[in-house]
Design a protein around this ligand. Structure first.
Ligand code: ATP
Ligand code: MG
Length: 331
């Protein structure tokens, strides 16, 4: 059990509505239990803290820790997110699902692996075209692990001031050390652009070096995930740093149909008709399918219907297909 002094501090912070301290002490208790080798209890406490019933979650959502900021722009460098997406919300090829499940399993068994001299997978790179599930997969991992997602905002981290980007990266890692997260570096290419790219000046080299240093020295009990659409522009030294690399692709026809079913599930209607439009959905990403289904649902809601029709599907497919076409030609 947690030490009496910690429990007293916890109660007192709750009574004084000191949310920040409550959150901090609750985490201390969890870590205390973990040190005593009560890994399962620690995981369960963490689940309750971030992933339990909605009342708890809603209360604790307001207890967000103070996050680091970019001094010049005065914007937060990271965002603490409590995702609510699970494996059932994901449509992925079986082998990729198995892969993600194995990462979760290793993370959950951190103590037993480390005490036997091996480390769980801690650094993963996701790459692939836009809208194919990199971000949502990171959300699912955090949610299934019952830990928050630390979303690293690249627009904030990258500064026009010399030396400031590297300093921001250090701040992000210093903050991340304090707790357990799924640390998600989105649009990673912004930081990882090749050091050999001769069009770049010295700053990008310094930035990549700082990132590599921080990554190598990071000892936190967190899972680091970086995501990019531009894997080719990534520095080779960065590729090497990841324990695992996972590619995300456009959905197969079967996956498209599964996604349609999943996205439209709140409405009744002839789901089999989606199959007739697979040809027009050829270049659709997962996200395009989701958006297409939102068009259908909006039509139904605005017309007060609980059922969609073949006509709704046809309209939505064509509308989304024209967006996809425009996107393709504008690249
Ligand atoms: N594999 C998937 N299964 C179910 N839904 C998905 C999947 N991939 C994407 N989606 C849907 O598309 C939306 C956008 O996907 P997501 O943000 O994960 O794409 P991304 O690969 O991160 O794209 P980007 O490279 O633009 O950041 C999700 O919120 C979800 O609704
Ligand atoms: Mg994304």
């Amino acid at each position: 059990m947690a030490r009496g002094d910690l429990l007293k501090k916890l109660f007192s912070s709750f009574k004084h509505n000191d949310k920040e301290n409550f959150y901090k002490i609750a985490n201390e208790i969890i870590e205390d239990e973990r040190k005593k080798n009560h890994g399962i209890l620690a995981d369960e406490l963490r689940m309750i803290l971030f992933n339990g019933n909605s009342t708890y979650k809603n209360t604790l959502n307001t207890m967000k820790p103070v996050v680091p900021k970019d001094v010049d722009k005065d914007v937060s460098l990271v965002e603490v997110v409590y995702p609510d997406k699970y494996f059932v919300d994901l449509v992925l090829p079986q082998e990729r699902k198995v892969f993600l499940e194995s990462i979760i399993r290793e993370f959950r068994n951190w103590d037993i692996l480390v005490s036997n001299g091996v480390f769980p997978v801690r650094k993963i790179l996701f790459y692939g075209p836009p809208g194919c599930g990199k971000t949502i997969a990171a959300h699912v991992i955090a949610c299934e692990l019952g830990i928050p997602l630390l979303y690293v905002r690249f627009d904030a981290v990258v500064s026009s001031f010399l030396g400031e980007t590297a300093s921001n990266i250090r701040k992000v890692f210093d903050f991340a050390k304090k707790d357990n997260w799924v640390i998600f570096f989105d649009e990673f290419d912004a930081i990882g652009r090749s050091r050999d790219d001769f069009s770049e000046h010295g700053e990008i080299k310094r930035v990549v070096n700082t990132f590599l240093q921080q990554l190598d020295n990071f000892k936190g009990r967190s899972l680091i995930i970086a995501a990019t659409n531009y894997e080719k522009s990534l520095d080779y030294a960065l590729w090497r740093r990841f324990d695992e690399i996972l590619k995300f692709d456009l959905p197969t026809p079967e996956e498209k149909l599964k996604l349609c079913e999943l996205s439209i599930k709140r409405f009744k209607g002839p789901v089999q008709v989606f199959e007739q439009y697979l040809g027009e959905m050829e270049n659709f990403s997962h996200s395009d399918i989701d958006k297409m289904c939102q068009i259908i649902m909006k039509q139904c809601i605005l017309e007060g219907r609980k059922m969609f029709t073949k006509h709704d599907v046809e309209y939505a497919v064509r509308k989304q297909a024209s967006i996809v076409k425009m996107r393709k030609t504008s690249y």
